[in-house]
Ligand binder design. Structure first.
Ligand code: MN
Length: 735
C-alpha cells in the first residue's frame, strides 16, 4: 500500500489554495496563519522527527484539496495552538477574527473530549459528543482532515497505539465521514485503519487484487472501447474512467459478508461522467442495448438519492468474456458530491457573500443521513416508530445533549437545559441528596444554572442538606426528578404519620365530647387499653382510629362510658343545642326520606355531603337524621341506624352548602392567594382556610371550607384547583 505521508511545504499548500482563492486579503491572512502557527509550535516535533508544522501543513493541504474557505484553512493551520501552545482564544480572535477563534476553540474541546480512552465510553458516545460539539460542519471537516493526516503518519507511533487509533477511526470517524458523504476521505481512512489493525488481511487482499488485475483490466478495456465508439457516434458528451474498489470494501464483503474474492464483481468498476441528467439515462439506454444487464442490479440513485446526497445510476453488465462489471453513470456535479459529499456542495466560491448559517442550513436540508442512521438502527421497526426515533435522535444529537466534565475529567452527558442538580444525581444519588451548592468552571453558581457543553462542574455537599420540592422545577432529567420525588415522599411519610396522629386524636376527642366526657384523653389511655387494642403506644392507637381500623365507639365501650342520651333531660338540651347550631340553610327541603317524607334532617360535618353525592341517613338519638355521604367511614359500623334518604329534586338550587376539602401543594410564595382567587373565580365562597406548612418537606396542606352548590360544581372547582401551579392533590375531607 502506498501511504501518502509526503511532507507538504508551505509553497505547495499555497499553490493548492491559490487555485481557487484570489482575494489578496484572504491570501495574506492564510500566510499570516502559517507564520503564526510556525512561531507558536517552534521547537515542537512529531514522532517522525519532523517539525510540528508539517502536521498543520498536511491538514491545510487536505482542506485546500476539498476547496474549503479561507477561514477553514486558517482554522486548520491553527487547530492545535490552544491545546499545544497555550495560545488563548482571545489572541486568535484578535489576529484572525471571531469565526476562526470559534472554530479553533471547538476543535480544542473535541480534542480534550476524545482524549478519554475510558473503557466504558462507547464509540457511539464519541460520535454524539463529536457531533454535538461540532455544531458547525466546518469543525467536523477540519477534524476529519486532522485525523486523516494523523492516520497517514501513523507508522511513527508504537504498534499498540496504531491499533487503538485505527480502531477509533473505524468506530468514530469513518461513520461520520460516511454520513457526510466525504467518501474519498472515508475510503482512505478505512484502508489505513485496516492496514494498521489487520496487516495480514490487508496484504492478502492487496495480493489477490494484483493477481486478478491484469485479466480484469483487459476485459474492461474491451468494454471501454465498445462504449466509446457507441457514445461518440450518438454525440453524447462523456468521460470514461475505471476505479478499483477499495481494499476495505473488499474486506467488508469477504470477511463480514462471507463473499469469495472471485464473487465480488465490482472490484473494477467503470465510471462514466457526462453533462446532464438526461444524458445519464441516455447512456444507460445505450449500455443496456449493447450488453446484457444483470437483472435486479439497476439502481437509480438520481431519482432517489442516498441519504448522504449521493446521486448516480448503477447498472451491472455481463462483459461477454466471463466477467461482470458495475457501471456508474453520473454528471460532473454528482461525481463531486459522490467523492466529497457536503464538502463538494460547499466548495468555497469567491465573490459570493459567505453566510455560514445559511450554508449550514442548506447542508442540513440536503443531508438525509439521519434517516440513514435510523434505518440502520431500526431496520425492523415500522415507519411511525422510525420517524419518532429519528426526531428523538435529532434531539439527542443536536439539541438534547450537553456534555460536561467532572473535576477529574470524566464526561457526563445530560439532557439539554440540565442543571447542577441533574449533574449531581447522574453521578450518584447520595451526591444529589446532600447537594448544597455547585461550581461551574470554578465559579459558584445558582443551582438553576443551565449547564453548557464543555463546562466543568463541581458539586458541594453539606451534611443536613436535602432536596426540596423547588428542585423538581429546576431539574430536567427524569432520573433526577425521580430521586427527588422519592426523597420527598419518604419525608412526606413522616409528615403523613404525624397528621394521622392528630386526626385520630381529634376524632377521639369529638366522640368523647358527644358523650359529654371531659378530661384529657391521654389520661384515659393506659397500657391495659393499648394492650387490649394491640397498640404499641398511643400514636399507633390514634393512627388506627384515623385509618378507621378502630372506632372511637369501641374505645368508649371498652372504657364503659355511658352515652349521655340515656338521660331524658339531656335529650331536651341536645335538641335545643341542635337547633341553636342551625343546620345549613333550607337543608330541610334538600333531603327527603326515601318515602318522600321530610324530617328533621341535618348534614353531617364529618363528610360534608353535597347535592349529587350518594347519601345515607343516620338516625341519631334526639337529633333527628344526620345525612352522611354513603361512603363515610364514620357510619359504616352503624348499619342498624341507617335509613335511606334522597336529595329533593325540587330543592332550592340557589342554596350553597359547606364542604371541607384539602389542597396539597409544594410550598411557594403566593400559594394561598392563588387558591383563594381560583375558588372565588369559580363563584364559590370560602368560609375557612387554614394552611399548615412543613418546612422540612416543602409541602403545604391547606384545609378549606367553602360554600358550594353541588357535587358537580365541586368537581369543577377541584379541576380548577389542580390547575394552580405546584398543587399536586385536592381531596375531600373525611373527619
Ligand atoms: Mn492535530
Amino acid at each position: 500500500m502506498v501511504i501518502n505521508n509526503q511532507i507538504v511545504t508551505f509553497p505547495e499548500l499555497k499553490e493548492a489554495y491559490s487555485k481557487y482563492i484570489n482575494n489578496p486579503d484572504d491570501l495574506a491572512r492564510i500566510e499570516k496563519a502559517y507564520n503564526f502557527a510556525s512561531l507558536k509550535h517552534e521547537g515542537q516535533f512529531r514522532k517522525s522527527g519532523d517539525p510540528y508544522i508539517t502536521h498543520l501543513l498536511g491538514v491545510g493541504m487536505i482542506l485546500a484539496t476539498l476547496q474549503t474557505s479561507p477561514n477553514t484553512i486558517i482554522a486548520g493551520l491553527l487547530h492545535d495552538t490552544i491545546e499545544d501552545t497555550g495560545t488563548t482564544k482571545e489572541e486568535i480572535a484578535l489576529q484572525f477574527g471571531d469565526e476562526v477563534a470559534f472554530l479553533v476553540e471547538s476543535l480544542t474541546k473535541i480534542t480534550r473530549l476524545s482524549d478519554f480512552h475510558n473503557s466504558d465510553f462507547q464509540a457511539e458516545d464519541h460520535r454524539k459528543i463529536f457531533l454535538a460539539m461540532a455544531a458547525d460542519i466546518r469543525v467536523i471537516i477540519i477534524k476529519l482532515a486532522d485525523r486523516l493526516h494523523n492516520m497517514r503518519t501513523l507508522q511513527f507511533q508504537p504498534e499498540e497505539k496504531q491499533k487503538r487509533i485505527a480502531q477509533e477511526t473505524l468506530d468514530v470517524y469513518v461513520p461520520i465521514a460516511h454520513r457526510l458523504g466525504l467518501n474519498s476521505i472515508m475510503s482512505e481512512l478505512q484502508d489505513l485503519s485496516l492496514y494498521y489493525s489487520q496487516r495480514e488481511v490487508f496484504s492478502s487482499i492487496e495480493e489477490k487484487l494484483n493477481e486478478s488485475n491484469k485479466d480484469l483490466n483487459d476485459s474492461l478495456m474491451r468494454i471501454k472501447t465498445k462504449l466509446t465508439a457507441l457514445l461518440t457516434k450518438a454525440g453524447i458528451p462523456f468521460e470514461i474512467s475505471s476505479r478499483v474498489k477499495s481494499i476495505y470494501s473488499i474486506y467488508k464483503k469477504m470477511y463480514l459478508k462471507n463473499y469469495k474474492f472471485e464473487d465480488i464483481y465490482d472490484i473494477l468498476a467503470l465510471r462514466i461522467i457526462t453533462k446532464t441528467e438526461t444524458n445519464c439515462y441516455e447512456i444507460l439506454g445505450y449500455i443496456h442495448s449493447a450488453f446484457t444487464p444483470v437483472p435486479g442490479r439497476f439502481k437509480d440513485y438520481i431519482a432517489m438519492p442516498k441519504p448522504n446526497m449521493y446521486q448516480s445510476l448503477h447498472t451491472t453488465i455481463l462483459s461477454g468474456d466471463g466477467h461482470v462489471f458495475e457501471i456508474q453513470i453520473r454528471t460532473q456535479e454528482m461525481d463531486e458530491t459522490a467523492e466529497e459529499g457536503v464538502a463538494a456542495h460547499w466548495r468555497y466560491k469567491e465573490g459570493t457573500h459567505y453566510d455560514p448559517k445559511k450554508e449550514q442550513h442548506d447542508i442540513e436540508e440536503q443531508l438525509h443521513w439521519f434517516k440513514d442512521f435510523v434505518n440502520l438502527a431500526n431496520q425492523d421497526k415500522d415507519e411511525v416508530n422510525a420517524k419518532e426515533y429519528e426526531s428523538q435522535l435529532r434531539q439527542d444529537i443536536f439539541e438534547a445533549n450537553v456534555y460536561v466534565f467532572t473535576p477529574k475529567g470524566k464526561v457526563i452527558d445530560l439532557p439539554a437545559g440540565a442543571t447542577p442538580i441533574d449533574f449531581a444525581y447522574k453521578i450518584h444519588t447520595d451526591l444529589g441528596d446532600t447537594l448544597s451548592g455547585a461550581r461551574v468552571n470554578g465559579k459558584l453558581v445558582p443551582l438553576s444554572t443551565k449547564l453548557k457543553t464543555g463546562d466543568m462542574v463541581e458539586i458541594e455537599t453539606k451534611n443536613g442538606s436535602s432536596p426540596n420540592s423547588e428542585w423538581l422545577n429546576i431539574a430536567v432529567s427524569s432520573f433526577a426528578k425521580a430521586h427527588i420525588r422519592k426523597y420527598l415522599a419518604k419525608q412526606n411519610a413522616e409528615y403523613i404519620r404525624s397528621d394521622q396522629i392528630e386526626k385520630g386524636k381529634a376524632s377521639m376527642r369529638d366522640s368523647l365530647r358527644e358523650r359529654k366526657v371531659t378530661g384529657s384523653i391521654e389520661k384515659m389511655i393506659d397500657q391495659k387499653l393499648l394492650d387490649n387494642f394491640r397498640c404499641a403506644d398511643s400514636d399507633e392507637l390514634y393512627i388506627k382510629i384515623c385509618n378507621r381500623n378502630l372506632m372511637p365507639q369501641q374505645i368508649i365501650e371498652y372504657l364503659d362510658i355511658a352515652h349521655p342520651s340515656s338521660s331524658p333531660e339531656m335529650i331536651a338540651s341536645d335538641t335545643k343545642k341542635a337547633l341553636q347550631n342551625k343546620p345549613a340553610p333550607s337543608v330541610k327541603d334538600a333531603v327527603l326520606l326515601a318515602n318522600g317524607d321530610s324530617a328533621m334532617i341535618t348534614l353531617a360535618n364529618c363528610c360534608t355531603p353535597l347535592p349529587g353525592d350518594p347519601i345515607v341517613g343516620y338516625v341519631s338519638k334526639g337529633r333527628g337524621i344526620k345525612v352522611h355521604r354513603a361512603n363515610c367511614p364514620n357510619i359504616l359500623s352503624e348499619q342498624a341506624r341507617l335509613i335511606q334518604v334522597k336529595w329533593n329534586p325540587e330543592m332550592d338550587k340557589s342554596v350553597k352548602y359547606p364542604v371541607d376539602f384539602f389542597v396539597e401543594s409544594f410550598d411557594r410564595a403566593g400559594l394561598l392567594v392563588d387558591i383563594m382567587n381560583t375558588i372565588t373565580h369559580q363563584g364559590d365562597l370560602v368560609t375557612s382556610i387554614k394552611a399548615q406548612y412543613k418546612a422540612s418537606h416543602g409541602v403545604t396542606t391547606v384545609a378549606i371550607t367553602a360554600m358550594v352548590e353541588d357535587a358537580s360544581a365541586l368537581d369543577n372547582l377541584f379541576q380548577a384547583l389542580m390547575g394552580v401551579k405546584s398543587v399536586y392533590s385536592v381531596r375531600r375531607a373525611l373527619h
